[in-house]
Write a protein that binds this ligand. Structure first.
Ligand SMILES: [Zn+2]
Length: 73
């Protein structure tokens, strides 16, 4: 898989990534598998990963300002 911005190779890595839900809620997903460009800051999520992320984000406590969720749980 190649980066659509710079054309460099994407590498599959496991990382922690913040998602902003609304103006005050931030979710940090731990141990998320993503494709990271080794040349620029672009990254991609697999479709199945994106779907699971959406499911996780729907299920979080939106009253909290910060939630930390382990992706692989
Ligand atoms: Zn790139």
């Amino acid at each position: 898989m190649k980066c659509h911005v710079c054309g460099s190779k994407l590498e599959k890595i496991i990382t922690d990534m913040p998602f902003k839900l609304d103006n005050k809620t931030i979710i940090i997903l731990k141990e998320l598998p993503i494709w990271q460009c080794n040349n620029c800051t672009e990254f991609l999520l697999d479709d199945e990963v994106m779907k699971r992320v959406e499911t996780i984000l729907e299920g979080v406590n939106k009253a909290a300002e910060l939630e930390i969720v382990r992706y692989a749980a």
